[in-house]
Design a protein around this ligand. Structure first.
Ligand SMILES: [Zn+2]
Length: 440
């Protein structure tokens, strides 16, 4: 068969996101300068892939099982979604917020978006997950990101960041985003099924956490730390800081910390740059009382004192606001009841919620019910009461950082796609997988 489509030059760099909302694994091929297919990656059901390419480079998509061609795309930035049934591929111009369709999961109920945080990151869970966990997760997302620069938050939305809650009785691999990992090794003795949280990245922008950890009730495994803060921190670095010089700076910062001997070399925090960031993020928000995996860093002051460079990075990404995890945690970390009880007795819990524009208890409006509609407007769901004005933060975000200046403009100028749809090579999803399998 004579190739009819081929790459024709590198005049304009573009980015596409491939979202697989079908039940079928899809292979993505770049069509080279001779029109030959070069496979760049495989997108499993529920996952995404971000692809940097050029406007004049065509992409072709095929079902991985049968090889059936689903379509091609060539053109400006696009969100390309694989769906069941005809036409198999849906193309939207620009990088759109990720909106996953609701998926029925048998006895667990329907897996769907249960709410959208004010910062535009959705929380997904099956019906078996209680409202308290959903509310707490939504609030925690907003609290963590409340002082983050808009560039970080916009990238989280653009790359499709989501939080998935693993029901108390569920395994992580019961969720569509992780089903392909069922039975895969995780560490020396376990499989991924045993894991209670994974970070988000460009290959899988969904981070996850067990319901029992979010509600901090009967968590026999991680009862003294917030896994949500840890996993969302991975998403913040891998998605919110994607294509930013900040990631390189974090690597240099980690190397310097290792060389300095600041941390116990056996501790998890220093094992790699990703965990260095995630564990330090927990300390930044006092979302851990573990001293083994953190090498003793459990507070913002600890980080500032022990590792000022890292504190500077954390400040640029999260700001230096007043919220700490235990201010609003629904229950205390094990062994940490005293300060948790004091926060409630003195009304810190309600004050922290008010400062972020939330009601004293429920995140009014943030629970969107069965909301699987594409209802984002500028990344924020309609119905969330934003009209009250910005939350009355007690700190004014004040970070300036050169990386923000290189951000692409938030509103991509759309041009009509070329008549024939096409796609681009994929930096391997499997590479990213290895990365995130290392994580909690
Ligand atoms: Zn981790």
């Amino acid at each position: 068969m004579a190739p009819t489509t081929r790459s024709r030059g590198c005049d304009e760099a573009v980015r596409h996101r491939f979202d697989n909302d079908s039940q079928t694994t899809v292979d993505c091929f770049w069509l080279d300068y001779e029109g030959k297919e070069v496979r760049y990656g495989t997108v499993h059901p529920g996952l995404s892939h971000l692809q940097s390419t050029y406007r004049l480079h065509p992409w072709r998509f095929r079902r991985a099982d049968t090889g059936e061609e689903l379509g091609e795309y060539e053109g400006p930035d696009a969100t390309i979604t694989f769906v069941d049934g005809a036409p198999g591929v849906r193309v939207q111009q620009g990088l759109q917020p990720r909106v996953r369709p609701a998926v029925p999961l048998g006895r667990w109920g329907v897996y769907r978006r249960r709410g959208l945080s004010r910062r535009g990151v959705g929380v997904h869970a099956c019906d078996c997950v209680g409202e308290e966990a959903v509310r707490t997760a939504l609030f925690t997302v907003d609290a963590m990101l409340s002082q983050s620069p808009e560039s970080v938050v916009a990238r989280l939305r653009r790359w499709g960041a989501m939080v998935a809650l693993i029901g108390r009785e569920q395994k992580v691999t019961d969720l569509p985003e992780y089903a392909h990992l069922r039975g895969k090794p995780w560490g020396a003795r376990a499989t991924v099924d045993d894991c209670r949280g994974l970070g988000g990245n460009l290959g899988n922008p969904t981070c996850s956490v067990g319901e029992e950890n979010v509600t901090m009730r009967d968590d026999g495994r991680y009862g003294n730390e917030s896994i949500l803060v840890h996993e969302l921190a991975h998403s913040v670095m891998d998605l919110g800081c994607a294509e930013s010089p900040l990631q390189g700076e974090l690597g240099r910062c980690w190397e310097a910390a290792k060389a300095r001997g600041t941390y116990d070399p056996r501790s998890y925090i220093i094992s790699n740059a990703g965990e260095y960031w995630a564990e330090a993020s927990q300390a930044w928000f006092e979302a851990t009382v573990r001293t083994d995996v953190t090498s003793g860093l459990t507070s913002r002051e600890d980080v500032q004192r022990a590792d000022p460079w890292l504190a500077s990075l954390l400040t640029r990404v999260y700001g230096d606001g007043p919220w700490r995890y235990w201010h609003t945690s629904p229950a205390a970390f094990s062994g940490d009841g005293e300060r948790w009880g004091r926060a409630r007795a003195q009304g810190w819990d309600a004050a922290a919620r008010r400062s972020l524009g939330w009601g004293a208890d429920a995140p009014e409006g943030a629970l969107a019910g069965s909301d699987d509609r594409n209802d984002e407007v500028g990344g924020v769901a309609q119905g969330i009461p934003l009209a009250a004005g910005p939350p009355a933060f007690s700190h004014t975000p004040a970070f300036t950082h050169t990386e923000h200046q290189s951000d692409p403009p938030p509103n991509v100028v759309y041009r009509p796609p070329q008549p024939r749809p096409s796609f681009d090579p994929i930096s391997s999803v499997m590479t990213r997988l290895e990365h995130f399998l290392d994580r909690i």
